[in-house]
Ligand binder design. Structure first.
Ligand SMILES: Cc1cc2nc3c(=O)[nH]c(=O)nc-3n(C[C@H](O)[C@H](O)[C@H](O)COP(=O)(O)OP(=O)(O)OC[C@H]3O[C@@H](n4cnc5c(N)ncnc54)[C@H](O)[C@@H]3O)c2cc1C
Length: 415
């Protein structure tokens, strides 16, 4: 694989940029692999990458029914933070955030990680208490956050109206090294690095069944033929229920559409990410100048991967008191992705009732930020057959045992 660098670009310019290799190969599936990952989203690709990099397992295929990064990984609003309340969450999200810091260098792909700072507004007394508590918990967990007052909020984000009549800004939980990254570059970077290690990324290859013998996985059936494997990782986000069903078990996961929208591009006016959880909306400004806006999931289970009018109205209505300037913006486009929600709004990285078959899902509305940490933990689970410290608490059996990691109560919004 040719390394990307300023010198490589200069050299390639002499040849009118005709000599670049394809970023990743498009091979036909082999008959058998040591490990198969279903789903070439960020989590699936990161799992494959760390299987190779950390555990030396490179006879791996990643099977994708569409195009890589075409699921939620290419549809999210790219917020990266690790200011979670519960210890297991803070550990895995902080691991991920720290891997984002050096990801562009590690993958030799500019993922545009932008640690511009994330603030979660406190707009009720209850939130003030909650976020002060989270700041204390973060201090114990080694996650750098602080609770800031309304004047500092205004200083960091001048377009905010802190004196709203219904929801005045009383402060915020501020994580200075949180921010955003370029979502599809993350998928492309991992795909390119996996391909360079000799792994097969096979697009347009839908898994239609899981085969097993004696309680152990033996392979998958796909739209491109049967493929054998010793280990199987299911990493398909909103379609986890269906693929788990193929493997013969049920998951405590619901699939819902989560939508987002962007405005027309405007001059730079906001260089932080702001989440307003009481009114249920959040906003940042993209490098192109668009205001990137999101809210909550649809109120009913569905698989409609597209936007709807009620969402524009609900989300802008929620945010307009705090950001009056958005009332004068035209909205440019909206979209949706199918997210996989668990009851405690925490993910699943787990062994399953089928031997050799592992599952990674339940990242819901907030899994972009987790991609590197999740891939790291899932690769360890698949390689060793047992979860390491990052994944230990995220077993799917916690719902049976009542050992919830309850981030739904802690944050309200989980992006
Ligand atoms: C609108 C929106 C905004 C969001 N905002 C944020 C945010 O700001 N910050 C954040 O951290 N997170 C955010 N998220 C959540 C985040 O996008 C997801 O948690 C994350 O991308 C999940 O990644 P994944 O790799 O698990 O899933 P995906 O990227 O969805 O990948 C799963 C892949 O599996 C494939 N697949 C499914 N079934 C099969 C099959 N049978 N055979 C083969 N392949 C199959 C799919 O085609 C898909 O490509 C947002 C999500 C949405 C929709």
């Amino acid at each position: 694989m040719k390394r990307y660098s300023v010198f490589a670009i200069a050299r390639a310019a002499l040849d009118w940029h005709q000599g670049w290799d394809r970023a990743w190969a498009s091979p036909a599936p082999k008959k058998r692999y040591d490990a198969i990952i279903i789903g070439a989203g960020g989590h699936g690709l990161a799992t494959a990458y760390y299987l190779g990099k950390n555990h030396g397992i490179t006879n791996v295929a990643v099977l994708e029914k569409g195009w890589l990064g075409g699921g939620n990984t290419g549809r999210n609003t790219t917020i990266i933070r690790s200011n979670y309340l519960q210890d297991p969450s803070a550990a895995i999200y902080e691991k991920a955030r720290s891997l984002y810091e050096t990801m562009s260098q590690d993958l030799n792909m500019n993922v545009m990680f932008s640690p511009r700072g994330v603030m979660m507004l406190a707009q009720t007394e209850h939130e003030v208490r909650g976020y002060r508590r989270t700041a204390h918990a973060n201090a114990l967990q080694g996650v750098v956050t602080e609770f800031i007052g309304p004047e500092r909020v205004k200083e960091l984000c001048p377009i905010i109206n802190i004196n709203g009549p219904r929801y005045p800004v009383l402060g915020a939980l501020w994580q200075a090294r949180g921010g955003t990254g370029r979502h599809d570059a993350v998928a492309w970077g991992y795909a390119r690095a996996c391909s360079a290690m000799g792994m097969d990324i096979i697009q347009n290859c839908e898994v239609t069944g899981v085969t097993s013998a004696g309680g152990k996985v033996t392979g998958v059936t796909t739209t491109r033929g049967d493929i054998g494997c010793d280990k199987l990782g299911i990493v398909v986000a909103g379609h986890s229920g269906q693929v788990a069903d193929m493997a013969g078990f049920r998951l405590p996961v619901e699939s819902l559409c989560l939508q987002a929208l962007v405005s027309e591009p405007i001059k730079p006016c906001m260089d932080v990410v702001v989440m307003a959880n009481t009114v249920h909306g959040y906003m940042s400004q993209s490098d192109k100048g668009e205001m990137v806006i999101g809210g909550g999931t649809d109120g009913f289970n569905n698989f409609t991967q597209r936007g709807s009018f009620h969402h524009i109205e609900e989300t802008l209505r929620a945010l307009v008191e705090t950001f009056p300037m958005i009332s004068r913006l035209k909205m440019l486009r909206q979209w949706g992705g199918i997210v996989d929600m668990t009851g405690d709004r925490s993910p699943i990285i787990s062994k399953t009732p089928l031997g050799g078959c592992f599952i990674n899902c339940g990242w819901g509305t907030g899994g972009f930020k987790a991609i590197p940490g999740s891939g790291w933990a899932m690769a360890e689970l698949m390689a060793k057959g047992e979860p390491g410290p990052l994944a230990a608490e995220f077993s799917m059996y916690r719902f049976r045992e009542g050992k919830f990691i309850d981030e739904s109560v802690a944050a309200g919004v989980a992006h």
